[in-house]
Design a protein around this ligand. Structure first.
Ligand SMILES: [Zn+2]
Length: 431
């Protein structure tokens, strides 16, 4: 049997008075999600272990069965993998923002809008002046770049720059958490100071200043760690001979890389509500048809809408995931016939003609197992992630359904699987 995980980032939410006390998953029109819940078995999953922050990297890597106490290394190494930098033993990889510092204050964490091409020029400039056989900068995207220190110590206290807008930056310089890390901390503090001397002299920054834009006037390293000690899924689960990850998000790409998955890039996949839902659906279908046994299909849109605090936008992203991604997949993989879906909203009747009507087999008589879940709630009211358990559903041909009829936070409580944690979900799904 092949395996597909459909991950709606941040989809879970709280009960909203303006929606009659319903959650967004309950209020949205989601016939395909409900079909999976009704025909599958359900439960709740604790995706954020105690003691960890509810970040997407923690939750998604937990869903794949990785013990965060053993593998958690921060975002630097994940972003390194996402841009193709292979870390060697002893390499310390840090996210390196280009930030705007004005006087004593950190004006902002992203120096306004910075194009990737501009960031690349500045990163190359920093390498010309600051790189050594131990120190190297790598270009990432826009203001988000990478700094690798060979032989660096990861036990550092760093502050994410988006947490301290308009604060005095000197109060948040990197400190060692253990005496052995003092050399690395001092080296990084020195790099920050030298970047502040160099960057404002670059013609690109002078031009930005003339145009009244924020200068990229300093580096800000944080989120450092080593290459994660992650056993590839292909080793842990022999039924996965080849797998892939489909996502627009660097952190998830990085997790996929260390998990031994192929990274599939879909044109128009933005990580926002305007993402190419249909393209991602088709990419998953194509991957499963062309020999992949396992696909992790991650869609960021709902999380971004939750961070925006926009209930209408988040409802739209949930419905788009259902209508424009899950339905085409169920039909494209031959799981579902057209007439099997019912909708609870007459205004959102399903246009069958838009579906792929391909019913060719996957080349595997056993069919496909599908799991649907968010990684964590991103409640619109809260505008950031929370650590509450999330609902999940597992469907495969021949599964004996439980009594759950809809895919949402409340219904899943009555599911046959109960409350799972650690690697219980992935072991159950891969059985
Ligand atoms: Zn997330």
């Amino acid at each position: 049997m092949k395996h597909l995980i459909i991950l709606g980032d941040g989809m879970a939410d709280w009960h909203v008075p303006a929606l009659g006390g319903k959650t967004l998953l309950q209020y949205a029109d989601t016939p395909a999600m409900d079909w999976l819940a009704r025909n599958g078995r359900n439960g709740l999953l604790k995706t954020v272990p105690d003691g960890f922050h509810p970040g997407s990297e923690v939750a998604n890597s937990s869903i794949l069965g990785y013990d965060q106490h053993l593998v958690y290394e921060g975002r630097g190494p994940l972003e390194a993998a996402a841009i193709g930098v292979e870390l060697q033993p002893g390499d310390l990889a840090l996210r390196c923002n280009l930030v705007c510092i004005e006087g004593d204050l950190l004006k902002n964490h992203s120096c306004g809008r910075l194009e990737t091409e501009e960031g690349d020029q500045l990163i190359r400039f920093l390498n010309e002046h600051l790189a050594t056989d131990r120190i190297h900068f790598y270009t990432g995207v826009q203001y988000r770049h990478l700094l690798v220190i060979r032989g660096g110590n990861k036990h550092l206290h760093c502050t994410p720059p988006h947490d301290i807008p308009l604060q005095p930056w000197r109060d948040y310089q990197i400190q060692a958490e253990v005496p052995e890390a003092e050399e690395t901390a001092a080296l990084l503090r020195d790099l920050v100071l030298r970047s502040q001397e160099l960057l404002p002299t670059h013609p690109l920054n002078k031009e930005r200043a003339r145009e009244g834009k924020d200068m990229a006037s300093s580096i800000w390293p944080w989120g450092g760690g080593y290459r994660p000690q992650m056993v590839p899924l292909t080793q842990r689960f022999p039924e996965i001979r080849r797998g892939s990850v489909i996502t627009a998000v660097d952190l998830i790409r990085g997790i996929g890389h260390y998990a031994g998955l192929r990274i599939i890039n879909v044109p128009g996949a933005t990580g926002l509500s305007d993402t190419n839902f249909e393209g991602k659906a088709q990419a998953a279908i194509d991957a499963l048809r062309s020999g992949d046994d396992f696909v992790y299909l991650h869609v960021e849109a709902s999380d971004e809408a939750g961070h925006d605090g926009s209930i209408p936008l988040k409802l739209q992203t949930i419905q788009d995931l259902d209508h424009r991604l899950i339905q085409p997949i169920l039909k494209g993989l031959g799981v579902l016939e057209n007439e099997e879906l019912t909708t609870n909203n007459a205004q959102l009747t399903i246009n069958n003609s838009s579906f792929f009507t391909l019913h060719s087999s996957l080349g595997n008589a056993d069919g496909i197992a599908i799991a649907l879940l968010p990684d964590h709630p991103t409640p619109c009211e809260h505008r950031t992630h929370t650590a509450e358990p999330i609902p999940f559903t597992i469907y495969y041909p021949g599964i004996e359904p439980d009594a759950v009829q809809t895919f949402d936070e409340d219904a899943a409580r009555a599911g046959a699987y109960g409350l799972l944690e650690g690697d219980e979900f992935i072991k159950l799904f891969m059985q």
